[in-house]
Design a protein around this ligand. Structure first.
Ligand SMILES: *[C@@H]1O[C@H](CO)[C@@H](O)[C@H](O)[C@H]1NC(C)=O
Ligand SMILES: *[C@@H]1O[C@H](CO)[C@@H](O)[C@H](O)[C@H]1NC(C)=O
Ligand SMILES: *[C@@H]1O[C@H](CO)[C@@H](O)[C@H](O)[C@H]1NC(C)=O
Ligand SMILES: *[C@@H]1O[C@H](CO)[C@@H](O)[C@H](O)[C@H]1NC(C)=O
Ligand SMILES: *[C@@H]1O[C@H](CO)[C@@H](O)[C@H](O)[C@H]1NC(C)=O
Length: 333
């Protein structure tokens, strides 16, 4: 019995003429996270039917619909947030965005290190592209499981904070535990961000001149998370970027802190505890469906002038790679 059964029984899918995909975001971590959504509006204007940020306590799940042509979108988790007096990128220990609880639709990309789930649905007209990226570092394990049976799990299911190389550690929480593990690029290990083998910039800005072997600590990330996108040109690994035939109209389940596993095999789809199965009557910590207009219009407290610029915009690597791939495919078409 597949865990998608509960989703398929939801009235949501029975709406006549619905073309949207159902996204389910599950927090099985032992701690509260504040998931966030960002859509690169310069690529396409289609946005999920949901606010760009919310609070997700342990063992809760949230469900919303996403246009079946959502492009260049990402969801990530923020840790240790407090928006009481701070609506900026430092409102969370990691992953914080401009805007506060709800990330600004234009500039709310978030602060690394953060594990990213990325989608471009109907990328070249006929395939959904998706990946779990640690290009901008790692903060929370996650997996993306498509409902379409033939489509693969993308994941970084293991906790990379625990063994994080000392050069990459940070931030740490007030107990001194590591809650983020930077990429070598983000940690600026080669001390030359504009011409870096870790960042694939400058003379290293092509597939050929930026091999995985030149990226420091590549194997630390790729060994523990073989099905994740580890650096800007990781696509050649064959296990970084995943595709799913758009005609299957796959729904997607994003799980924070999924069951860990070590090898190449997809994580077993474990039974979802009843407490995690969204119901149509869920409230703040359960399933919610809100209109796009409510999400797009509200960004409490956002003041762009008051914010320090982010040194690294979130995921320049992974998203631009996705963009390049999509652009390239479009040229090919
Ligand atoms: C959040 O920040 C406010 C203002 O700094 C502080 O008073 C409050 O205790 C904080 N809440 C938590 C849960 O840390
Ligand atoms: C779209 O991408 C998929 C996956 O890479 C590929 O198999 C397919 O041929 C592409 N379709 C077109 C029209 O380019
Ligand atoms: C899944 O893959 C199998 C084997 O390639 C194929 O026979 C089947 O039609 C596919 N199912 C879907 C839903 O695409
Ligand atoms: C710090 O992180 C560790 C590991 O996630 C957690 O067990 C601990 O409760 C956290 N401490 C605080 C003060 O949040
Ligand atoms: C990138 O380089 C790798 C290794 O040299 C190669 O296997 C792969 O085909 C290349 N990909 C592209 C898109 O050129």
């Amino acid at each position: 019995m597949r865990s998608y059964l509960p989703i398929l029984t939801l009235p949501l899918l029975q709406l006549p003429g619905a073309t949207a995909r159902v996204f389910t975001v599950v927090n099985t971590c032992s701690y509260t996270i504040w998931p966030a959504i960002y859509t690169d509006l310069t690529v396409a204007q289609n946005v999920p039917q949901f606010p760009t940020g919310w609070e997700s306590p342990p063992s809760t799940s949230t469900q919303f619909t996403v246009p079946d042509n959502w492009k260049s979108g990402r969801i990530w988790g923020r840790r240790n947030c407090n928006f009481t007096t701070n609506n900026g990128p430092t409102s969370c220990l990691d992953g914080g965005c401009n805007g506060g609880l709800q990330c600004d639709p234009h500039s709310g990309t978030g602060t690394p290190p953060a594990t990213l789930a990325e989608w471009t649905l109907q990328s070249n007209g006929s395939f959904d592209f998706y990946d779990v990226s640690v290009v901008d570092g790692f903060n929370i394990p996650m997996s993306i499981i498509p409902s379409a049976t033939n489509c693969s799990t993308a994941s970084c299911p293991n906790d990379l904070n625990a063994g994080c190389p000392s050069q990459l550690v940070g931030p740490t929480n007030s107990s001194g535990n590591t809650v983020g593990c930077k990429s070598a690029c983000e940690a600026n290990l080669d001390n030359n961000p504009t011409n870096s083998a870790n960042c694939c910039t400058g003379s290293h800005n092509t597939n050929a001149t930026c091999p995985a072997s030149g990226v420091q600590y590549y194997s630390y990330f790729k060994t523990s998370c073989p099905n994740s996108y580890v650096y800007a040109y990781d696509e050649s690994s064959g296990t970084a970027l995943w595709t799913c035939n758009s005609a299957l109209n796959s729904d997607y389940r994003l799980t924070f802190c999924p069951p860990p596993y070590g090898g190449q095999a997809p994580a077993p789809i474990s039974a979802v505890p009843a407490s995690l199965i969204p119901t149509s009557t869920g409230t703040s910590s359960g399933s919610r469906t809100q209109s796009a207009s409510s999400s797009a219009s509200s960004s409490p407290g956002f003041k762009s002038s008051a914010l320090a610029p982010l040194r690294f915009p979130m995921a320049p690597g992974a998203l631009s790679v996705l963009g390049v791939v999509v652009g390239w495919l479009m040229v090919m078409v």
